[in-house]
Design a protein around this ligand. Sequence first.
Ligand code: G1P
Length: 290
Amino acid sequence: MKISKVIIPVAGWGTRSLPATKNLPKEILPVFKKPCIQYIVEETIDSGIENVVFVTNKNKTIIEDHFDYNLSLEWVLERSGKMELLKEVRKVAELVNIITVRQKRQMGLGHAVLCAKEVIKDEPFAVIVGDDLLFSSVPGIKQLIDIAQAENMAVIGVMPVEKNKVSNYGIISAEEIGPHLYRVRDLQEKPSVEEAASNLAVVGRYILTPQIFYYLEKIFDPSMNQELELTEGLRMLAKENKLLAVRLQGMRFDIGNWVDYLIANIYFAIQDEELRDDIIKRIRELIPCS
Ligand code: G1P
């Protein structure tokens, strides 16, 4: 099983991050020195995937631009001898092949994935949700690719969440079949605490087979004017025993959550040797009795 493409849906409104995202895509919000979408794209590159399919809308062209050359800026940097910065801004354009697909109406994650069907064609592919950052020695999506290749099956990434957070996520009901590995029996999209079958939440990383398009098309009725959840397509795979889940290892930040967003910034900033001591000192000053 070769995974050469990743779908990254970026057409959402980012309402959780308002007012910062009134005119700025949430994916461009910086986490320390880079827009958060760059971490996602770097995760795919580090996992051996070279083609990124952004499912986007007309207000999000700045995301594609970030992964393109900016010749006037490069010229200015070159003329002023800022060669390190020049290398850094150029590198981004050289990272990946970008393909964009328009999601003309925002009709849910399942619909966003379906929009990329003609680009994906008949190959297994990855999906990463653009606001879930995950950091670990083996990149998050690579952890799924390894299992998908070994088992020749669709795999989703899950992590345990606090019981009172289950209603923010897709939740699996599953049977453990190996270390960190589950056979998914069913899924619930954002269940209440009382209804949730477990606290294992889907955290925005998927390796899927093209069969998912068939299921999504089967349940999608555009005239209904309601969201097409990816979870509904995944449930159909699960019913046929064709879906595994891997408990992902690493540190996760949901950048649509302000606490996670700010902590992600600090997490990266304190890894910068030059800034570390100063940042810690300033935080201590902010919270004197800590
Ligand atoms: C989507 C999925 C949900 C998943 C979540 C992960 O929800 O529908 O199953 O748990 O992404 O971030 P959203 O956050 O787009 O509402």
